[in-house]
Design a protein around this ligand. Structure first.
Ligand code: NAD
Length: 554
């Protein structure tokens, strides 16, 4: 700490990462209902991205501990899957209330370990919930009256506040798990299907949504009757641990949820263990492709949500005020560390004249530590992420893009060691530039121009990713053409971040997804269940079969 203070100005980031104190809290494993200290000798530091101070340590679980966790899931599976579906529903009804009651604690943990602003962190948790009664009219008037930065927060978070989300969706499980029946398919014969759990399932999560993404995974898997092994991101494990404690408090039996920590070894363990039947992964492409291939080769179901390059198309007929506000919010909110961030804008025709206003409005965002009042843009997750983002900005400049707004060298008073990059806009970008071909995952908006809508659609369809996109227009025919022709899984029309609510599914496609059954919604229920079909014949009269039938029954 002394060294870091002394050398603060010269090598702040590196020293921040080396700063270590044995008194920092350790993250526990959850094995068979007990939160236990790992016996490992390998630990990773958890940093506050606003200061780079070490705020905790997370173990790389030993092979023995990982085996014990799966063993616990396996033993708990039969009793849990035999538990009545109404009992499982009751547990998740209590769970959603407990999450609501603890929202502030969860948000604080997210801000501490991940860096996003507290308001945004609450949005992360609300993805599992509904805001306790808020009159939408009051909400609108309130937001119209407040400052620009809050308006931007509104555009990102309002849908999350007003509608039910994943854990609440899980509470509808009795209807969601209904099978099908067809009586009298032939004389005295009926066919019906059961939807049943599949066994032990596992989830591997990224750092950017410490609450929302684990909540896409274990609640849906478990409410279907599966037991669950969770591996949170090693960079933000705290929120998952609190979510697990709340689930215990809601009444989930021991062994139904186990948690291990680690990196590659833990991931490969999950891909290889024969008792694990399905893996849900969310994260980057290299990890997702590896997990999809290794898990599938071992006979598991795998759903893999991966990286993105989301384009916002701005038509000249769009509502200018709304469009600029929505672009700014969707590009720079959460410091651009959202898989659905609008990281690329295509200005069609005369809409390119709006660029100066876009720049001015982006300048008004306040870069600060996530727990500071009024913060709009928090830090990036790590010094490495900051270096990567800054080098991609420089690559754009070197390749001929125009740097309209430069967020490098952003100095945040009191947080000089933090991983801050301010809103950055590169215009005149072309598809071959590195800043376009790579996912930046930072507060950087790259701007391209097109003369026609067709040109914009071709550009987007040539990009390998297919996570999300948005069009801004007041013309219904333009919007319809766009939604029909663009080859992207999730499309917003005047909606910048069109993350579907959980009665639908999260439907990223092409290079952003591997697998064939998406997260949450009806597809999520399909992923975590299998079908058993029963055909039965009960004859009313006593008709004895007199000779064996060797032909295929029809
Ligand atoms: P990441 O891939 O580095 O980490 C995700 C998980 O995979 C972590 O638990 C990590 O321990 C593990 N992991 C990392 N590298 C691995 C490897 N080589 N082999 C095996 N396991 C590995 O991702 P991240 O940096 O935590 O998250 C950011 C990425 O996630 C971005 O690319 C973003 O677009 C993507 N993301 C996608 C979605 C979506 O729904 N499509 C949502 C959120 C984030």
């Amino acid at each position: 700490i002394i060294l870091r203070t002394v050398l603060n100005k010269k090598v702040p980031l590196q020293m921040g990462r080396m700063c270590y104190s044995s008194s920092v809290p350790t993250t526990k494993l959850l094995i068979d209902g007990k939160f236990i200290e790992s016996k490992t000798s390998e630990w990773l530091d958890i940093h506050n991205p606003a200061t780079n101070e070490v705020v905790g340590r997370v173990p790389k679980a030993t092979q023995e501990e990982m085996l014990a966790a799966v063993d616990s899931c396996s033993r708990a599976y039969r009793p849990w899957s035999d538990t009545s579906i109404l009992s499982r529903q009751q547990i998740f009804l209590r769970y959603q209330q407990l999450i609501k009651d603890n929202i502030k604690e969860l948000a604080k943990l997210i801000t501490l370990e991940q860096g996003k602003t507290l308001a945004d962190a609450e949005g992360d948790v609300y993805r599992g919930l509904r805001k306790p009664k808020t009159n939408p009219c009051v909400f609108y008037v309130f937001h119209i009256c407040i400052s620009l930065h809050m308006l931007l927060v509104y555009f990102i978070l309002a849908p999350h506040f007003l509608l039910p989300e994943v854990v609440e969706y899980a509470c509808s499980i009795p209807s969601l798990m209904l099978g099908e029946t067809l009586p009298s398919i032939t004389k005295d014969m009926d066919t019906f299907t059961y939807r049943l759990p599949i066994g032990v399932c596992a989830g591997i999560a990224p750092f950017n949504f410490p609450a929302m993404i684990p909540l896409w995974m274990f609640p849906i898997g478990m409410v279907c009757g599966n037991t669950y092994l969770m591996k949170p991101s090693e960079r933000v494990p705290g929120c998952t641990m609190l979510l697990a404690k709340l689930l215990q408090d809601a009444g989930a039996p021991d062994g139904t949820l186990n948690i291990i920590h680690g990196q590659h070894a833990a991931v490969n363990f999950i891909c290889d263990h024969p008792a694990i039947k399905a893996i849900s992964f969310v994260g980057s492409n290299p990890a997702g492709e590896h997990i999809y291939e290794r898990g599938s080769k071992n006979g598991k179901r795998v759903q893999s949500n991966m990286g993105a390059k989301n384009h916002g198309v701005v038509m000249p007929d769009a509502n200018k005020e709304n469009t600029i506000n929505q672009l700014v919010g969707a590009a720079f909110g959460a410091a651009g560390q959202r898989c659905m961030a609008l990281s690329t804008a295509i200005f069609v025709g005369e809409s390119r004249d709006w660029l100066p206003e876009l720049v001015e409005r982006s300048k008004s965002l306040r870069v600060n530590a996530g727990d500071q009042p009024g913060a709009d843009v928090g830090p990036l997750i790590s010094p490495e992420a900051k270096v990567r983002v800054e080098s991609l900005i420089q690559s754009g400049v070197d390749e001929g893009a125009k740097l309209l707004l430069d967020g490098r060298n952003t100095n945040v008073k009191g947080y000089e060691n933090g991983n801050f990059v301010g809103p950055t806009i590169l215009s005149g970008v072309s598809p071959a530039m590195k800043c376009y071909t790579e996912e930046i995952f930072g507060p950087v908006l790259v701007v391209l121009e097109a003369d026609t809508l067709d040109e914009a659609i071709t550009l987007i369809n040539n990009n390998p990713y297919g996570n999300g996109t948005a069009i801004f227009t007041t013309n219904g025919a333009t919007a319809r053409k766009y939604t029909h022709e663009v080859d992207v899984g999730q499309i917003g029309v005047n909606v910048p971040i069109p993350v579907p609510l959980p009665m639908f599914s999260f439907t990223g496609s092409r290079g952003s997804f591997r697998g064939d059954t998406n997260f949450y919604g009806k597809q999520g229920i399909s992923f975590y269940t299998q079908i058993k079909t029963v055909t039965s014949q009960w004859k009313a009269e006593d008709a004895t079969v007199t000779s064996p039938a060797v032909t295929m029954p029809t």
